[in-house]
Design a protein around this ligand. Structure first.
Ligand code: BT5
Length: 265
């Protein structure tokens, strides 16, 4: 395992890269980990550095952490997981979005390994929830043949550390369990699961991923409001279809949501 680390002057508890290594069982993903105490965005760093498949870019703080559509991702220094995995873009390019579904299933499985009593769920397209609140978000981006899968997981943040806008929607593992967690074991478990699910996706396609996703789908049977940028409508979630799109029953008619934001009514 190769570790490159640059410690800066951000006031954060140190990330112990050797502890990640001890729990890592992968052949490729996470065998090289680049760590910096503060970067703009781990996704941006991974692209800029030209990381090879399997390399991981990890930081304690992001000055420009981002979600979808340029939305900000906030995380106080040294408390949480801010990580990007370099992968190759699966073919055909139209199926790229499926990689974030693979990541969702894998990271949820990794989290469940470490905290099996915690009721982690998935919310389409890219959220990890606990008790209906967001504990993690995935941002998969592609540039030519390189894909970067970024994940932010709220591990040890206290409720008063979120901004006023994010606080009502967000939670952390600590908020739910009342104790601090080692980020290193969670990172290793997530990378172990990512490698296994990524290989399964390559061999078997999206079908088993969708089945696992639907098992943990927080929205099934729930009334939701869908905003897809052009319009908004309400209905009841049926699940993900065979491609990974969200199927919503609107007055007895199935509507397939390809992109957008979903909120519970
Ligand atoms: C996401 O976007 O949920 C994807 C977040 C991905 C973040 C990781 S961190 C490592 C890597 N490097 C990056 O720069 N990004 C990735 P989206 O579905 O658009 O959700 C963004 C929204 O979540 C924001 O508009 C806030 O409302 C909310 N939010 C921001 N920070 C949050 C947090 N820590 N916990 C819960 N919700 C948050």
């Amino acid at each position: 395992m190769t570790i490159t680390s640059r410690l800066g002057n951000v006031n954060s508890s140190p990330m112990d890269l050797d502890r990640i290594k001890k729990s890592l069982k992968t052949l490729l993903f996470g065998q090289t980990i680049h760590f910096d105490s503060s970067v703009d965005s781990t996704n941006e760093w991974a692209f800029r550095a030209g990381g090879m498949r399997g390399e991981v870019f990890l930081a304690d703080f992001q000055t420009g952490g981002r979600g979808r559509l340029g939305r900000p991702w906030e995380s106080p220094a040294g408390k949480n997981i801010l990580l990007s995995v370099v992968d190759t873009t699966p073919a055909p390019p139209g199926k790229f979005f499926q990689l974030s579904l693979v990541a969702g299933v894998a990271f949820l499985e990794g989290l469940k390994k470490i905290a099996p009593q915690t009721p982690f769920k998935l919310k389409w397209p890219n959220d990890i929830l606990i008790n209906g609140k967001k504990c993690g978000g995935i941002l998969a981006e592609t540039r030519e043949l390189t894909a970067v899968v970024g994940i932010g997981i709220n591990v040890n943040t206290s409720p008063d550390e979120f901004s006023a806008t994010v606080a009502p929607l967000a939670t952390s593992l600590k908020s739910v369990t009342g104790k601090d967690w080692g980020r290193e074991e969670i990172i290793a478990a997530c990378l172990n699961a990512y490698e296994a699910w990524r290989e399964r996706f390559r061999k078997e396609g999206i079908k088993p991923v969708i089945a696992a996703w639907n098992e943990h789908n927080d929205l099934i049977g729930k009334k939701v409001k869908v905003e897809d940028g052009k319009s908004s409508f309400s209905g009841t979630v049926e699940g993900l279809d065979a491609e990974g799109f969200l199927v919503v029953n609107v007055n007895g008619e199935k509507q397939t949501v390809i992109s957008g934001d979903v909120t519970c009514c």
